[in-house]
Design a protein around this ligand. Sequence first.
Ligand code: PMP
Length: 419
Amino acid sequence: MHHNNEYSLAARRADVPALKAGEVYLDNAATTFPVQQVIDAITSWYRDRHASVYRGLYQRAEHATEQYEKVRTQVAAWIGARSDQEIVFTRGATEGCNLVALSWLAHQFQPGDEIVVTGLEHHANLLPWLELARQKGGKVVTIPLREDLSLCLDDLDALITNRTRLVAISGSSHLVGMYDDEAALRAVVHAAHAHGAAVLIDAAQMVAHQRIDVHELGADFIVFSGHKMFGPTGIGVLYCAARMHNQMMPVYVGGGMVADATADVPVWLPMPRRLEAGTPSIAEVIGLGAAIAYLSGMDMRMVQRHAVQQHSVQRHEAHLTRMMLEGLQQFPEITILGNLDRLKKYGHMVTCTVKGMHPHDVAAELAERGICVRAGNHCAQALHERLGIPGSVRMSFAWYTTEADVHACIDAFRDMLRA
Ligand code: PMP
């Protein structure tokens, strides 16, 4: 079973030209390599079909608008949104969070209001809320973590209250991957809605590993980035549920988002155009469409994690995670972050510290041996401070990662620790 799985995914590696012999790329949580289909779509867009959208009356421009909007439809279908209008194109997850802060929350927020996050958030899903709370006289409340970095929901009733305006939480952590079971995420979403708060899910670390489903997640806002799902940089998605649309105000103003600019008070276009001022990243949108078409051909539907059957991408990545964990556990100098049992079942990355070595030195040593890993605080300074470590070393996988990559990384650790 595993063998077949590994085989069919390995056969697709030919679709990823950035994978090079002699280089083991284990930094997929930072960014994934684009598939050739994405590169081709962008190249042929610029070569043959480039034009602006919404403006022209000639055929090339009409075609551009059609193709741009077709990707919006494709994104909506891919995540199970009810309507295309719920899909806003952004520059990435970071811009998505900032847009929600400035377009929505800034207009709703009253002094004393609260925003709830978890202790595991990326700065992208933390700083917009800290800034807003600071400027408006509110507070950011943090759901604490247990020893194994899973969410501690014991005091959920005290954390999410009638003062909570927004709960912003990652669906999968950029430090330990699938850090918790879906029941925890559902409990948080449920508590938020029960108190009239909105929910934002940072899905940046989900999209390469599983098909996300708007209804299963039950969020009002979902953000993710194209470059973390084998697509281009400079493009991402903000899913904004239709029920929020009448509360969304423009952030950037200019061309493409206004219906009537001659009145004293301009009349804005409806969502999603209201949030897409200026000439958009057309080629990147086309590239994102190609990435989604590619992922649609892979077995990565959302699954209940406790069900017996896992889809093949998740099964492959969990298998690699187990191999990596078992390999690294041989070395007494290494401490692994997170819940080992869960990582072995659902993981797609391994994060660790090495006794007596700064994480940057570990990464540099591994780089000398051809292994690309991430080291540092991974845009989660507060967490590392709480753990009392200067940083950590992260090896993160994608469907194209092989057993040989994992073996090479473990060998490099062994070599480094012996030296
Ligand atoms: N959230 C998480 C969990 C992430 O891992 C990242 C990327 N490191 C982001 C948000 C931000 O994504 P981007 O830099 O593409 O905007």
